[in-house]
Design a protein around this ligand. Structure first.
Ligand SMILES: Cc1cc2nc3c(=O)[nH]c(=O)nc-3n(C[C@H](O)[C@H](O)[C@H](O)COP(=O)(O)OP(=O)(O)OC[C@H]3O[C@@H](n4cnc5c(N)ncnc54)[C@H](O)[C@@H]3O)c2cc1C
Length: 335
């Protein structure tokens, strides 16, 4: 479903469950005093009027605006995932057959990847995420607008172009750069950063919303604990950052290697030896907590990947059928 509709649903639910909700308010300043003091948060409403709040605890869920991480200068860009994305909604894109109709497709390219996400009302979100070489040398004037770049990338991919043949673009083209980052320190006396406000990992596996919701749950526990016992609240805030950081590492580990032939082959012919397939699906389906059931299969998968990669470097090991850039959509699918 469309993100705006999903967000409106969550927002209405929070209000129904008793949260005081304010809309069209932009936080413009936040100051934290000595330990134990309330924060001072300044905001502006739609009329331009200034509002002042004195909360006991601040959860920063400002998304990629990274309100606190930016102000506190604790935001580290991820140099291994220096990518940018262009995307838009289209009508008339061919869907996959049968029960795969509603599945997301990922198409790999040498310098990036595409997503095709089916939406309601016959719409399809198509996006291209490219590393630096994908955007290098693009003209500044004609040919270099986000729309031109997206259309050129689609035209340049035989499999995406085939599905988009005859489709009509029905939204503006969005673009976003400086893709992946993380706050070095995402909590402190009286505050905690959650969701994209804490960190962002490439959305190849559509994990961002689940991660933000998991961070929301953990963050609520930390805030709740803080109100009774700040020391306990700090422990839970630190745990929230650590768990989310580790989840990002696990997902990032897969993403940064996705164009490796060994990784591609393991993904395209998944086996459930040592529950590896279940573990990967479990993680991508939203179990982002670092419990043993989630972590052990991922460690087995990593061990398998490193062993096969080493064998291949030395000229041994089974053939890797995915040694060339994918020309067909990956068999990866998510509902
Ligand atoms: C190109 C792209 C594609 C993606 N694709 C997927 C996908 O397919 N699946 C998936 O699960 N995830 C995807 N993600 C990731 C996903 O969008 C995010 O991880 C998720 O939205 C994070 O939720 P959040 O609540 O932390 O932040 P957001 O959803 O960004 O919400 C932050 C909110 O804070 C508000 N805000 C910001 N600053 C202030 C301020 N100063 N005062 C008041 N309010 C403020 C914003 O207006 C916004 O409403 C994608 C991200 C990108 C960039």
């Amino acid at each position: 479903m469309k993100r705006s509709e999903f967000d409106a649903l969550l927002f209405a639910n929070a209000r129904r469950r008793g949260a005081t909700t304010l809309e069209n308010i932009q936080v413009i300043d936040a100051a934290f005093g000595a330990a134990g003091e309330r924060a001072s948060v300044t905001a502006r409403d739609a009329t331009g009027a200034t509002l002042q709040f004195r909360p006991r605890y601040v959860l920063d869920a400002s998304g990629r605006d990274t309100f606190l991480a930016g102000r506190l200068r604790v935001k580290d860009m991820n140099k291994y995932n220096n990518t940018a994305a262009v995307y838009a909604h289209f009508r008339g894109v061919t869907r996959r057959d049968g029960e795969l109709e509603g599945y997301i497709s990922i198409h790999l390219a040498e310098d990036g990847w595409f997503w095709l996400i089916p939406l309601q009302d016959g719409l399809m979100s198509i996006g291209f995420v490219g590393n630096q070489s994908a955007w290098k040398g693009r003209p500044k004037g004609n040919g270099g607008t986000p729309e031109e770049m997206l259309l050129a990338r689609i035209a340049g991919s035989p499999t995406v172009a085939a599905r988009a043949a005859g489709a009509e673009m029905v939204s503006e083209v969005f673009s976003t750069g400086n893709y992946s980052y993380r706050a070095r320190q995402g909590y402190g006396d009286g505050y905690l950063m959650i969701g994209d406000a804490f960190g962002f990992v490439d959305p190849m596996f559509s994990t961002g919303v689940l991660m933000a919701m998991t961070a929301g749950e953990l963050g609520a526990e930390a805030a709740h604990a803080w109100l009774d016992n700040p020391a306990r609240g700090q422990v839970l805030a630190s745990r929230t950052n650590q768990e989310m950081g580790r989840a990002m590492d696990r997902i990032g580990w897969l993403i940064y290697r996705i164009n490796d032939p060994v990784m591609r082959s393991l993904f395209m012919a998944p086996r459930n030896t040592l529950w590896m397939r279940d573990g990967i699906i479990n993680m991508l389906a939203g179990n982002l907590h670092g419990d043993l059931r989630a972590v052990v299969p991922i460690l087995s998968f990593k061990a398998m990947f490193h062993t096969l990669s080493a064998l291949h470097r030395w000229g041994f090991g089974p053939a890797m059928p995915e040694a060339l850039p994918a020309t067909a959509p990956m068999a990866l699918a998510a509902e």
